[in-house]
Write a protein that binds this ligand. Structure first.
Ligand code: 13P
Ligand code: SF4
Length: 384
């Protein structure tokens, strides 16, 4: 999706790191409790040091919802995360993304037209009443709304298993988008096999599958991926183990199944942080995820040796767009009463996306989840 970010004014573009720190610190102090800055674990240190709270995509969505008093939520992350925060927060709150070009290439691999088309063509060969759509958090609000309307839920890499367990209490098959790897890795961890899964390629009619293949599969996995995590390979694991026979490999579930199946541990960014903390002092740990998190863990865990599983660094180029100059720019505008780079989801999309996000939060927090199918419209009623 094309998002146009206006060029940064010179004041910020040419400012020294010290000057930017001063601007950000002063704006933050002026705004006080009216401002809440969220930072995803993949953010640069120059940004992360200003975050009031850090987290993975699941934790940040909970945190956004828990701060109804904050007038401005400045989201240092990527576009789909800011959209989710807007959906989950009140109308009196503004969510700001410091650089509008901070998107996610994986989220852009599935759009509403493609998913609607897929749903319709699946309806020709199976009963979509038995099909539960699950979207990864890394997707547009429009796709979350589609899922809410069709009886499904959002998942993150932290709770994908719980959400899929729930999905199979609602139906017999799952359409999982946009990340095939998270779907596959979670399904296999649940005891399903590769034979239970087919990749849905939106470029081909019926996803490139035969009606029999669709009918026989339990998981239809959208052909999407994260270019950062897809770089890691089993050869990296072999090379690390050859050098560090007692070393520990921890992979994010957006990595391929070939990598996850040979890793010692697999989990979300939050999981990775906890796994590093739990490893014995003196451990050597290779991590397969975005480099800013790996480097931060390295710096914050001096009693362990932390390295990237891939010796060539893997930054997420869109997360990297959020920097000191953009943060200073949006904050100084807020001080002047101007909300720039606000992320706003339209009311109808918000209503249904909220259903899908709230289902995720309720399932994860163990609350009862209402999902009543309306056979006339093939949608499920909003929870009352
Ligand atoms: P987490 O859900 O682990 O925060 O991951 C989000 C993401 O974009 C990873 O690439
Ligand atoms: Fe998207 Fe991958 Fe970047 Fe995460 S790391 S925001 S999935 S491109």
């Amino acid at each position: 999706m094309l998002r146009l970010q206006t060029p940064l004014p010179e004041r910020y573009r040419d400012a020294s790191p010290e000057a930017l720190d001063e601007m950000i610190g002063a704006a933050k102090a002026t705004l006080g409790e009216r401002l809440f800055i969220l930072g995803h674990h993949y953010q640069r240190d120059e940004v992360m040091k200003w975050a009031d709270a850090r987290g993975d995509s699941y934790r940040l969505s909970v945190l956004a919802q828990e701060r109804p008093d904050a007038e401005y939520i400045v989201f240092c992350g990527v576009h789909f995360m800011a959209e989710s925060a807007d959906v989950l927060t009140g109308d009196h709150q503004a969510v700001v993304l410091p650089d509008l070009n901070a998107g996610c290439s994986m989220a852009d691999m599935a759009d509403l037209d493609e998913v609607t088309e897929a749903w319709e063509s699946l309806g020709d060969v199976i009963d979509t009443g038995e099909l539960i759509p699950i979207t990864y958090m890394n997707s547009s609000a429009a796709l979350k709304a589609f899922v809410g309307q069709h009886g499904g839920a959002v998942c993150t890499s932290t709770n994908a298993r719980e959400i899929l367990d729930w999905a199979f209490t609602q139906g017999r098959k799952v359409l999982f988008f946009p990340d095939q790897h998270l779907g596959r890795n979670t399904g296999i961890a649940m005891g399903y096999t590769h034979d239970d899964m087919r990749v849905w390629n939106p470029r081909f009619e019926l996803g490139g599958l035969t009606p029999e293949e669709v009918q026989a599969s339990t998981f239809l996995l959208w052909k999407g991926h994260c270019s950062v995590h897809q770089r890691f390979s089993p050869a990296h694991v072999d090379a690390f183990r050859a050098q560090h026979p007692d070393g520990i490999v921890i992979a994010h579930p957006e990595c391929s199944h070939e990598v996850c199946s040979v890793a010692d541990q697999v989990g979300s960014t939050d999981f990775i942080i906890k796994a590093v903390a739990a490893a014995p002092a003196g451990s050597t740990i290779a991590i397969a995820t975005e480099i800013h998190l790996v480097n931060r863990l390295r710096d914050e865990t001096p009693d362990k040796t932390i390295i990237s599983l891939d010796p060539l660094i893997c930054p997420c180029s869109t997360m990297f767009r959020i920097d000191g100059p953009h943060l200073a720019w949006v904050l100084e505008n807020l001080v002047e009463g101007r909300v720039i780079n606000q992320i706003t989801v339209d009311p109808e999309t918000t209503e249904w996306a909220k259903v899908a996000l709230q289902r995720m939060l309720d399932i994860t927090q163990g609350n009862p989840v209402e999902a009543v199918r309306d056979p006339a419209t093939d949608s499920r009623a909003l929870p009352v």
